[in-house]
Design a binder for this molecule. Structure first.
Ligand code: ADP
Ligand code: MG
Length: 575
């Protein structure tokens, strides 16, 4: 085939495809430009999910009438001169591509007035063809109006999602930029409705409330780390989670980035405190020297490359662990954990393993300083030998230890015991119970599809399932610990879990399947246990690696220390 140089407009559209994927990407580029121009007020108006109109007005430095044609020229930028500059980038833009790209796939009007100019200038660019510059009256700053996005690229239009999805993308984007730049007043209006309005008063929690609602915003923990790498922002306490990673946001030097490794580092910092298949909410802002990040690795600048990724991940983890430790929930008599989590300095912590780990880490970091600083001794994660007192409410075991009273949630405790047994077994193979009579189940197409993909993996966990017809499966065996229970229900429970999160990480699947099966197999609250059953459960729990939490991260027990009891009964003043 003959090689030909592409016509300018074709080349432009191809390049634009990388930068301008959807309405939200237009909003992103224009908001970034306004921020780069030092705006303190940014007003965004959107109609029909951005297909009809996206208009952004800012009060930044403006563009002079002379430079207007340059601004919309590809590779024309005021933010960078030499290749070397790329490694000291402090602005969000640097390629000089956005305005040219948007102008090649829409009808774009740029109106702008510089600080010292008497009048503003206006210019239209339509499908890459620019018109004359005319003068016009406008306040200092810039207004960019983008109409009929993709009118000349029908293929692109077809790839847009529903209006609702595109609108949400825009909302999410602007909310996050508003959080990252709390000193800037943002206003977002979609089809005449105000979606967001921030005060520009630096109050991030107020913006958080608009993003998540007052209730969730109130619970989020504020974090900071002031080192060479600075980290600030908000994370959710362990009791507040989502079924996917979508509410995890990272900004690096003021830039929203999607970085799987950063997200993994964050999740890891929650350790076993999170329920399996549950994820934290987080909005974290990382600041480091521009020389430490390569921002020029992704067309939409959504990814960055760190010079020392491990240092960045470790900074994130330390920040998160410290905050979680400082604010662990306190199960105690007055404020039961399950209906009124309180966040205060820890008295009883289900997360002792992590506490010990963090202490060791800090000790290593601080050297001798930590050794001399007065740290309260942390009990180890194990529980002492307990004396069974009995069962109450057909739900809890009461036991006595050398250090006070233990109330044990029988369901959570049994889940933990089964989970550790099954995980151990898995190194060989999990015992399966063949059903005398195979069960046939029919699932909705979506679930059937998910199950079909996991059938192979499930055999490792004692399930014996085969495809039997369209959306129909035959269950011939279940994990031995589920013997006797309804096999169809057992399979459904596992499928439901796949549905909650479309893309679990490979190494999470195992733990999740096991946790699900154990949850199902564990004794329920309301089940009266014989004395020897209670005792067996207690002994099994004592020998667990992490007896204090269930596999989903909830506490298995509440410990009322002798000390606490004495204080509660007024035998001793609180210390
Ligand atoms: P980049 O941001 O990478 O420089 P753009 O195509 O987004 O490229 O913008 C080109 C140039 O137009 C910018 O370098 C800047 O000088 C100018 N510009 C764009 N938007 C604005 C704005 N809102 N206020 C002031 N100047 C702007
Ligand atoms: Mg730009």
């Amino acid at each position: 085939m003959a090689i030909r140089v592409l016509a300018d407009d074709v080349a432009s559209q191809i390049a634009a495809g990388e930068v301008v994927e959807r309405p939200a990407s237009v909003v992103k580029e224009l908001v970034e430009n306004a921020l780069d121009a030092g705006a303190t007020t940014i007003t965004i108006r959107v109609e029909q999910a951005g297909r009809k109109i996206i208009e952004i007005a800012d009060n930044g430095t403006g563009i002079s009438s002379v430079e207007l044609p340059l601004a919309i020229t590809r590779h024309a930028t005021s933010k960078l001169r030499t290749a070397e500059d790329l490694f000291h980038i402090r602005s969000l833009g640097f390629r000089g591509e956005a305005l040219a790209s948007i102008g090649s796939v829409a009808r774009m009007t740029v109106i702008s007035r510089e600080q010292n100019a008497d009048l503003g200038a206006r210019m239209l660019i339509e499908g890459g063809q620019s018109g004359q510059v005319t003068s016009t009256g406008i306040p200092i700053g810039t207004v960019i109006r983008v109409e009929d996005l993709f009118y000349n690229v029908p293929a692109r239009l077809k790839f847009l999602k529903s209006d609702m999805t595109e609108r949400n993308q825009i909302n999410n984007l602007v909310m996050r930029y508003a959080l990252a730049y709390p000193q800037v007043r943002f206003e977002l209006e979609q089809d005449g409705k105000t979606m967001l309005r921030t005060a520009g008063n630096n109050d991030r929690r107020e913006i958080l409330a608009q993003l998540y609602g007052v209730d969730v915003a109130r619970q989020m923990l504020e974090v900071t780390l002031e080192e060479d790498i600075r980290v600030s922002g908000f994370i959710s306490p362990v009791a507040l989670t989502r079924s996917n990673r979508r509410e995890i946001t990272f900004f690096v030097n003021g830039r929203w980035v999607q970085d799987a490794a950063l997200i993994a580092a964050l999740i890891q910092a929650y350790h076993t405190l999170l329920m399996i298949g549950r994820y934290p909410l987080a909005v974290l802002f990382i600041q480091l020297e521009p020389e430490e990040v390569d921002v020029n690795v992704h067309p939409a600048k959504a990814e960055v490359r760190f010079r020392s990724p491990d240092q960045v991940f470790s900074a994130v983890q330390r920040t998160v662990k410290r905050a979680l430790l400082a604010y662990s929930p306190v199960p105690n008599v007055n404020t039961p954990y399950w209906n009124a989590p309180v966040y205060q300095q820890r008295v009883v912590d289900p997360a002792w393993d992590m506490a010990a780990e963090l202490q060791a880490e800090q000790a290593a970091e601080l050297g001798s300083e930590a050794a001399t600083s007065p740290q309260p001794a942390l009990p180890s994660g194990k529980v002492p030998l307990l004396r069974l007192v009995g069962q109450v409410g057909a739900a809890y075991l009461v036991a006595e230890g050398p250090d006070g009273l233990y109330l044990i949630d029988q369901h959570a405790a049994h889940e933990r015991v089964l989970f550790e047994k099954m995980t151990r077994q898995n190194q060989q193979k999990i015992a399966s119970q063949t059903l005398l009579e195979p069960a046939v189940i029919v699932l909705p197409p979506q679930s059937a599809h998910l199950l079909e993909q996991q059938v192979g993996i499930l055999t490792n966990y004692g399930f014996d399932i085969e495809l039997f017809g369209p959306n129909t499966f035959r269950v011939r065996g279940v994990p031995a610990i589920l013997a006797g229970s309804d096999p169809a229900a057992a399979v459904r429970v596992v499928v439901e879990d796949f549905e909650e999160d479309e893309s679990p990480l490979a190494n999470e699947i195992e733990a999740r399947i096991i946790a699900r099966v154990c949850k199902r197999a564990a004794v329920k609250a309301g089940q009266v246990l014989a004395n020897d059953e209670q005792l067996a459960l207690l002994r099994d729990l004592e020998s667990c690696q992490s007896p204090r939490t269930c596999p989903h991260g909830r506490p298995t027990m509440i410990h009322l220390s002798v000390d606490l009891l004495e204080r509660q009964f007024g035998r001793r003043g609180s210390r």
